[in-house]
Structure formats: C-alpha cells, structure tokens
Design a protein around this ligand. Structure first.
Ligand code: GLC
Length: 545
C-alpha cells in the first residue's frame, strides 16, 4: 500500500485515526495503522512463539509452529469444520441473496421466541468470519438491508422513535403463493420490556468500517445512503439535552444484556461502543456540508468522553483505596468525590477481586451510584477502540490473568462478574427467573465473547491468554452443540435455558481462531490511540494517583 492520500471530501480511504491533519489536504507515508499492525504482528508472533514453546504442544495447536502457514493450522482443528458447517446453516436469504444469520438453529427447542431472527449484534461475529474468509457479499447485503429498515417509521403505541434508531433484529418472511420475501423488524416495540437497542446503530457503524477495511471497497461507506445512515445514528446520540456528563444515558436492557440487570444509567458496554462507533464514523464521514457539523460535535464529544471514562470509570487498587477513603457531601468545584459515592456502598467482593496490579472499567458511574461489577464486552471494546490507554489495556489483561477462575473458569467468558443474589437480585432484576445467580446475563459464561477477548489479547500482545481460553472452549463447545451460555461460578454447566447451535457462539469461535492465525485481521476491529488524547490521558492519570 505505502502512500495513502487524504482529501477533505473522501475520507473512507483512511478509516482509522481521527487525526486533525486529515482535515487538511495532506499526504503522508504509510498509515499509522498499517505500520503498527506490522509491529504488532511481529510482537505477537514472538510472544506466541515464546509462550508456545513453554505451554503448548504441537498436538494441541495443531501444527508445528505458529509461523507455519496460517490456513493449514486453522483448518486442522476438527471443530473448525463443524463450526463452518453450522454457521452456513444459519444463513438467511432475501429474494435469493444472503442477508444475515439467524440467532440460533436449534431444531430441538420447542420455544423459538425470536431466535429465528437476524439480530444486528449477533450478526457481527458472523460477518467478521465471512469477511475473514473473503465472503463479503452477505455483509454488504446485511448493511444495506438494515440501512433500509432504519428508514421505517418506528412507533411504540403512539410514541414515535427517533429517525436514526436501528433494529435489534429482523425476520425474513417468505410468502409461498406470491414467492415474495418480506421483512419484519423489531426496534424495541416487540422486544421483551420494550427497550430500544442502543447498541445496534453502533455495531452497524463498526461493521461498515470492518467491511471497508477488509474489502478495500470504499464505495459503500461513501454512498449517500450510508453517509446519511451514520449521520442519523450519531445525531440521535449527540443531541443537546440536560446532560452534565459526556456519557450516554440509557434504559436498562438496551444492549447485549437485553433485560433488566441494573445496567441503566451509563453502562460501560454502551459507552465503549459509542466511543468506538464515533471513531469509526470519523474515518468514514465525508467533510461535506452535512458531515462537517456532526464531525465537529464528535471530536468534542470524544475528548470529553475519553477523559470522563479514563478518570471516573477506571478502577485499580490505588483508586479503590481512594474511594474507600472518600469524604462525602462535598460541594463546589474543589470536590474530590465528585459523584458523592458513599464508601459504604463498595461491595465487599471488590476488595478480594482487585489484584494489586491490574484494573478495569467499572460497570456504571452516576450520582452516588458506582456499579463495581466487571462487564467483559465493555472492557474488551475499550481496549479495541483505544478508549483504554495502553497502561489501562495492559492492566485489564493483567486482571483477566489474575482472576482467571472467576472470569474464565471452565468456559470462557463471564458476561458480568459477580452474580447478584437474594434481595439484591429481587430488586435489581425484578425477580427475573432467567437471570438467577450465575446464569444467563447474571454471571453466566458466553462463548461468543471469545472473539472479543482474542482481539483484545492480540492488540495488547498477549496471545497466550486467548490460546488458553480457546483451548478450554475446544474441550466441549462443539460436543455440547454450541450453547448460547453456560451456568455456574466456573461456567461448568450448559445454561438452564440456553439455546443450542447459537450462531454467535459458533462464529465467535471461528473469528477467534482466524484472528490468532492471522493477526492482521485485527485491523478490522481495532483502532490505534488518537494522539491528541495523550495530554488528556496524562492529566487523568495524575488525578488517579
Ligand atoms: C438474548 C441475548 C441478546 C441476543 C439475543 C439473540 O436475548 O441477551 O444479547 O442478541 O439473545 O441471540
């Protein structure tokens, strides 16, 4: 590739850094992303090899060295072939064209609910697997179909939803008499609890960038329809309101955890996805009259959001100790305990859980309420989007290693830790019998998270962690028929009401394998640190120490 040309109206050729120099017409030698990926590959191969020599036998890895041909090693594990077969079975077509994958192909289950639909968030790992395998058509069709759905009028009873809202899922219905296919979409108006999926729009933007990166086809992202779709999604999130924080205020259950679990307010998952989607959009939006205003807003928001997250959501041993000693009822600009967090509200488990070296972004921060729970997706996306500084990313990986039994156990990976129980469970979940302690979203283990862990491991140069997790999954995932989730403190049991042949469990495994074999795939889902945030980072670090 070598020389990349940036111009003021065509921005999709450079989809990564939101470097202010892009606002000018400049040319520069190579891209930061490209260079750093080469370095990364080198670091990774070396780390993998060092670790491989110590911990992995050629039999378990399936070939003699991580340096040998990626394709052959990847195809070696029998579970990979199984996974591809199962993934292909989940593909749905519209008028003969593949447009997505349904959530689960569980023939044995009597209760289909909405698992026969194409979920936007569930399709992401499927899409990545197809892109990595050179099959981009299904991804393009999916992006166009969901973009089209965004244009629908969306209503819950008599209330009209924002124009930019994207569906949680859609279903293709076939009319045998007319031989025509039609679509039905759910924007939250049919969902359990009637919550709109805030994450869908973000995943759509992230996937558009992944498609562009992987295929080199800029024309889709540059099309007026895609430009408008991005603007509408972002306008919804960037509109002025009564907010005093740059984080996005959300209802409970508006993301992967799609039912009441006490994540209302400012959940880490949404904040990390919001950050990542803005950074992806910044690389793809044209600097034309309509794009310019939203770009300016995004740049400001990104600065404020990264400062806020890195300062107030970050928790490590030192910061925990600071909170433990907080004074309360402070007034004025000099307050240290800005959100009036009362130290008695720190749950006991945090003191045992926090290693001396390591840290993570907590689940939620709002007035007098810090949710100290660990959420896997938000922390991994924080690493991939570089919302986490390099030090923070390393600390997150240190924590995963130090708390392996708690976060990985027998089956990767805990969606949230720890589970809530007893009275707290009754109040927080509204007595949700599916989300009992150590089940489903309440401390259950979700194999889909493997791909996010693997990507984060590669980015931080710690592939051995991903290898260990994948090995665990390989002991039983396929034998257990690809469950949606596992239950128990260690994730030892197939989930109480888990679907079998859950598509994103299958695709998540494939993506993890392919990425480890060829770490250059990471570029599809990873962004480097935005250099302009560095001064901010130093300030926020000083205030934590
Ligand atoms: C469950 C999950 C949700 C997922 C859906 C389809 O509701 O909580 O994240 O999208 O199933 O798999």
């Amino acid at each position: 590739m070598g020389l990349w040309k940036f111009s003021s109206n065509s921005s999709t050729s450079e989809t990564d850094d939101y470097d202010p120099s892009r606002l000018l017409n400049i040319e520069r030698q190579g891209s930061f992303d490209e260079r750093s990926l080469k370095e990364l590959s080198f670091r990774l191969n070396k780390a993998a090899l060092d670790d491989y020599d110590v911990n992995y036998s050629p039999r378990s890895w399936g070939h003699s060295s991580p340096f040998s041909s990626p394709r052959s090693s990847f195809e070696y594990h029998p579970m990979v072939a199984d996974a591809w077969e199962a993934l292909r079975e989940s593909v749905v077509s519209f008028d003969g064209e593949p447009v997505g994958t349904i959530a689960a192909v569980d023939h044995a289950s009597e209760e289909v609910l909405n698992y026969d639909q194409v979920f936007v968030r569930d399709f992401v790992p499927s899409a990545l697997a197809f892109l990595m395998n050179g099959e981009a058509e299904i991804v393009k069709n999916f992006l166009l179909k969901t973009l089209h759905l965004q244009g629908w009028e969306k209503k819950v009873d008599r209330f009209k939803l924002g124009r930019g809202a994207m569906p949680a899922s859609f279903k293709v219905m076939h009319d045998p008499s007319s031989k025509r296919d039609t679509l039905m979409a759910d924007f939250g108006e049919s969902a359990i609890g009637r919550v709109a999926p805030v994450d869908s729009g973000f995943w759509w933007i992230i996937l558009l960038r992944a498609y562009t990166k992987s295929t080199g086809d800029n024309s889709l992202a540059e099309s007026p329809e895609c430009q408008q779709c991005m603007r509408l999604i972002l306008t919804l999130c960037l509109s002025d309101g009564f907010d005093t924080f740059p984080t996005l205020l959300c209802a409970d259950g508006c993301s992967m955890i799609d039912r009441r679990m006490g994540i209302h307010g400012y959940p880490i998952e949404i904040q990390a996805l919001f950050f990542m989607a803005m950074r992806c959009a910044l690389g793809m939006l044209k600097h034309d009259t309509q794009g310019k205003e939203i770009i300016e807003r995004m740049v400001k928001r990104l600065h404020a959001l990264s400062y806020h997250m890195r300062s107030y959501f970050w928790l490590d041993f030192q910061h925990l100790n600071d909170i433990y000693r907080y004074k309360t009822e402070e007034y004025s600009h000099t307050a240290v305990n800005k959100f009036n967090v009362i130290p008695e509200s720190i749950p006991n488990w945090v003191f045992d859980f926090m290693p001396t070296s390591g840290g993570y972004f907590v689940g939620n921060v709002s007035p007098a309420r810090m949710d100290f729970r660990w959420f896997c997706l938000g922390n991994c996306v924080a690493i991939l989007s570089s919302l986490a500084t390099e030090e923070q990313a390393t600390a997150i990986m240190d924590l995963i290693e130090a708390r392996w039994d708690e976060l990985v156990g027998e089956m990767p990976l805990k969606v949230a830790y720890p589970a809530i129980e007893g009275h707290e469970w009754r109040i927080t979940t509204g007595c949700d019998s599916k989300n009992t302690a150590w089940s489903y979203h309440n401390g259950g283990s979700w194999p889909v998270l493997l791909w996010l862990l693997t990507a984060a491991c590669i980015k931080t140069g710690r592939p051995q962690i991903a290898m260990k997790a994948i090995e665990l999954a390989e002991t039983r995932l396929s034998m257990d028929s690809w469950p949606e989730y596992y239950d128990g403190k260690l994730g030892s049991h197939i989930g109480k009401q888990a679907r079998k042949y859950q598509t994103w469990s299958i695709a998540g495994y494939l993506v993890a394998k392919m990425m480890l074999d060829d770490p250059s795939h990471l570029g599809m889902v990873s962004l480097e640190e935005y250099k302009e945030l560095n001064p901010v980072l130093k300030r926020s670090y000083t205030c934590l120490s």
